[in-house]
Design a protein around this ligand. Structure first.
Ligand SMILES: [Fe+2]
Length: 450
């Protein structure tokens, strides 16, 4: 984060004697970025953070992408992904490139170790579930719809609350800056002189939830920290608890931000995606599409115009809302609209949504400047009919009924669809069914996906 804060006990100056109750020195660690000219924090450990008793490589994290030569719109339904692993081993990368990896994670078991991503900043979006992330900077309590930004090098452990009866199992989206850049608020939201959030920013310091106590675990024993580095996870063993910081200060730390605290900016005419920008890193941005009043020009078209985002691939993760406005989309769906071809509203939607006064959409978008590629896991969840869903008369129900709700398992099958095989999904029936929603008290609603 760009602004200064502190937690716990600190000496009056940097780099001076600061002693434990037993008279020995605390171990100072400068936690710096960009060659110590970027955001930095200074931490005081009970034990020297350099004392390690063992290490070994555990497993590769290198992601394999498929269909790198295929360019088409994609729709992946992630909801059917069953829970597996923990908050680290349960991650399933669906799309990515050399800048960012986009994964979903439905953890099935608790983390029995601490983790450090030494390659990337991580931005989680908690779709379902609540709990606490215990970090070296302190604890972050989280719940549904929280972003959790954990900067590179932070040691942490997710601990989810027990899921209550009738509630969904924990599930989260993760965007990881594999190009080594840092995920930060857009610079245009911040004062150049003070780094304070400016008045036009859709959120500010008060919306961010910073680490709190408990922070310090003064324990001896055998503790594992799994460190992601060099496209591998390494197991490091320590003889003391890795969260042993008694105090820290600076501008580099993890934090939470709930998407409901994002204040959408609305306009007389359709506002473009940068209006919804929440974070950015090198070569990608993260945006929040939140419930809001719609454009108020008396003749406004409230859904987006067809658009070519010539320099970006766009991934939308659908959190909640009226998905009937975009055919076939479900809670947990991810759509990928690649640079190179335009995308926009489905046929009939601009006309059908005229007069809509609000949207209840909630979605997280990740735009990248380089093409995104799918993994095999994405192909296994691929909705092959999606690229044809803009054809007049196309309905997802018809496609499912006549094409067996195709969930291709092979690249060859996907390629066939790309080549334009006439599928049952394309045998359109007359007329276009459009769906509206909204309560009488609030007027007509429409979803306005980017
Ligand atoms: Fe778009």
């Amino acid at each position: 984060m760009p602004y200064y804060t502190k937690l716990g006990k600190l000496p009056s100056k940097r780099h001076i004697q600061f002693r434990r109750p037993d008279g020995k020195l605390y171990a100072e660690e400068v936690f710096g970025t960009e060659g110590f000219v970027g955001p930095t924090s200074t931490l005081y450990h009970i034990n020297p953070p350099t004392q390690v008793i063992g290490w070994k490589a555990l497993y590769s994290t290198k992601v394999e992408y498929v269909e790198r030569d295929t360019m088409r719109m994609r729709h992946v339904k992630s909801a059917p992904l069953p829970p597996k692993g923990d908050a680290v081993t349960g991650r399933v990368v669906l799309f990515g490139n050399s800048d960012v990896e986009i994964s979903v994670c439905a953890p099935a078991e608790p983390m029995k170790y601490h983790f450090k991503n030494a390659m990337a900043d991580e931005c989680f979006f908690i779709h379902f579930g609540s709990g606490t992330v215990f970090t070296m900077f302190g604890a972050l309590k989280f719940g549904p719809k929280d972003y959790i930004v954990i900067p590179k090098g932070t040691i942490y452990r997710f601990e989810f609350d027990k899921t209550k009866a009738g509630e969904p199992q924990p599930r989260m989206l993760l965007m990881e800056s594999v190009n080594g850049s840092h995920i930060l608020p857009p610079p245009r939201y911040l004062s150049k002189k003070t780094a304070q959030f400016l008045e036009h920013a859709p959120y500010c310091e008060r919306d961010l939830r910073l680490p709190e106590m408990p922070m310090t675990f003064d324990k001896k024993g055998s503790f594992e920290v799994r460190i992601k580095s060099r496209d591998l996870v390494h197991s490091y063993q320590y003889s003391y608890h890795p969260l042993d910081v008694v105090g820290w200060d600076g501008c580099y730390y993890p934090y939470c931000f709930n998407i409901d605290d994002f204040s959408p900016i609305v306009g007389k005419h359709h506002m473009p995606p940068p209006t919804h920008q929440t974070f950015e890193a090198h070569n990608f941005v993260i945006c929040s599409f939140c419930p809001r009043p719609l454009d108020f020009h008396p003749q406004a078209i409230v859904v987006p115009y067809n658009h070519s985002n010539l320099d970006s691939d766009e991934v939308l993760y659908y959190v909640e809302g009226n998905y009937k406005a975009r055919k076939g989309i479900e809670v947990g769906s991810l759509s990928l609209h690649p640079q190179g071809i335009p995308h926009g509203p489905h046929p009939g939607t601009p006309e059908a949504t005229i007069g809509a006064t609000h949207t209840n959409e909630l979605a997280v978008m990740c735009d990248t400047f380089a093409p995104l590629y799918p993994t095999q896991a994405a192909l296994d969840l691929d909705d092959l009919h999606y690229p044809r869903s803009w054809e007049h008369g196309w309905e997802p129900d018809e496609a499912a009924a006549t094409a067996g709700d195709a969930k291709p398992k092979t690249t060859a099958k996907s390629t066939a669809a790309v080549k334009g095989k006439k599928s049952a999904a394309t045998k359109s029936k007359a007329g276009t069914k459009t769906t509206r929603s909204g309560s009488a008290s609030r007027g007509k609603a429409a979803d306005t996906w980017s």
